[in-house]
Design a protein around this ligand. Structure first.
Ligand code: PLP
Length: 370
């Protein structure tokens, strides 16, 4: 086991990222691909993921906040970068200066972007967002004609695109998808009538994989570039993240002895335990206590008793594994190890939340497949 980490580490396979981006870009042939690297690349590291995605055929990067976009620029990345959500007191001036595309959902946001353009002495690149039914950000249809008109008349901004976001693309066939697509088309028509000639983008990973008719000029996959599949249909994606630790101590206990806080698990036979130095502070949800296996010594072994802040205990049965044995908490699933998806299904969330929660100061992050 490498000496680079002592307790727990997250390994990111950049070859898997490139594979996934190539697959998505091929599915969306005819459109450009914006790799979404918000939230530090869904917990995988925004800059290394961005570089891998650009190598594999992405030509845009998407992030949520301006600070995330600026971090990409500071890393020397010069491709188009789009960011879409910030607090009202964020000054967009450095974003305009750094050539970051910004979103506007309202006349107020547009005015803020125009003000930043004025201060930066540079036209701002703006994507106007129409709310087609997610009812989150985006301009409501009743305010759209006025927003489009204001944008067309604003010399400080260049309207690059009209865009929206889907609510239920991960449920192919959901009637809201076509309804949102119709509203998107209507919003685009209004922009054209106002004299604009914007790009269009709507598709997240799920729509990139299942709705070629909604690819338009640009697709915005996020979760699928990390190898996690948002749709029910099988896809040839490769999960990029592995979470691993190692055995630091083993011991034998007798039948009738209990394990960890609260003694929620009691051995029904004499058995061997392995201590793994990863707990809920390292990204193992406490709600997995007694409900998940790890991959240890080429087989699945159950986590027994409560997951603690810093450690968990695995029941190894007859044999004590050697100290330092690798423990895979989740991985791609190829050998039979648990996956982020299995964790998510077990505790009632989605794999997005599992991997995004893996950015922990105490957990070492390592890249392979560069
Ligand atoms: C997160 C996000 C995406 C990517 O969504 P996935 O489901 O991860 O593919 C695309 N567009 C916007 C606006 C987002 O916030």
């Amino acid at each position: 086991m490498s000496s680079e980490f002592s307790r727990a580490e997250v390994v990111i396979d950049l070859a898997a990222i490139r594979h996934n981006v190539r697959l998505l870009a091929a599915r969306a042939a005819g459109a450009a691909t914006m790799a979404v690297v918000k939230a530090d690349g869904y917990g995988h590291g925004a800059v290394p993921v961005a570089r891998a995605a650009l190598e594999a055929g992405a030509s845009w990067l998407g992030a949520c906040s301006l600070a995330e976009g600026l971090a990409l620029r500071e890393a020397g990345i010069t491709t188009p970068v789009f960011t879409w959500l910030d607090a009202p007191d964020v000054d967009f001036t450095p974003g305009v200066a750094a050539n970051i595309d910004l979103s506007a959902s309202s006349a107020e946001e547009l005015a803020r972007v125009a003000g930043a353009a004025h201060r930066a002495s540079k036209r701002a690149r703006v994507h106007l967002k129409i709310d087609t039914g997610l009812s989150r950000s985006g301009c409501p249809a009743y305010a759209w004609p006025a927003l489009v008109k204001a944008a067309a008349a604003e010399p400080e901004v260049e309207v690059v695109a009209v865009w929206s976001h889907l609510a239920c693309a991960d449920e192919p066939g959901h009637p809201s998808i076509d309804r949102q697509a119709r509203r998107f088309q209507a919003a685009y028509d209004i922009a054209r009538e106002a004299g604009l000639n914007p790009l269009r983008h709507l598709a997240n990973s799920a729509a990139t994989l299942t709705r070629p008719d909604l690819h338009f000029d640009l697709v915005r996959p996020g979760i699928a570039i990390y190898g996690l599949n948002p749709v029910p249909q099988q896809q040839d994606l490769r999960p990029a993240m592995t979470f691993r630790s190692q055995v630091v101590l083993t011991k034998r206990i007798e039948s009738g002895e209990s394990v960890s806080y609260g003694h929620t698990w009691t051995a029904s036979r004499d058995t061997a335990l392995a201590l793994v130095p990863a707990g809920y502070a390292d990204g193992v949800p406490r709600t997995l206590s007694g409900r998940m296996d790890v991959w240890l010594g080429g087989e699945r072994r159950p986590i027994v008793g409560r997951v603690c802040m810093d450690q968990l205990v695995v029941d190894c049965g007859v044999e004590e594994p050697p100290i330092g044995s690798e423990v895979v908490l989740f991985g791609a699933g190829r050998d039979g190890e648990p996956t982020a998806r299995e964790w998510a299904d077990t505790i009632g969330t989605i794999d997005y939340e599992i991997v995004t929660g893996m950015y922990r100061p105490r957990v070492h992050r390592r890249y392979e497949g560069e």
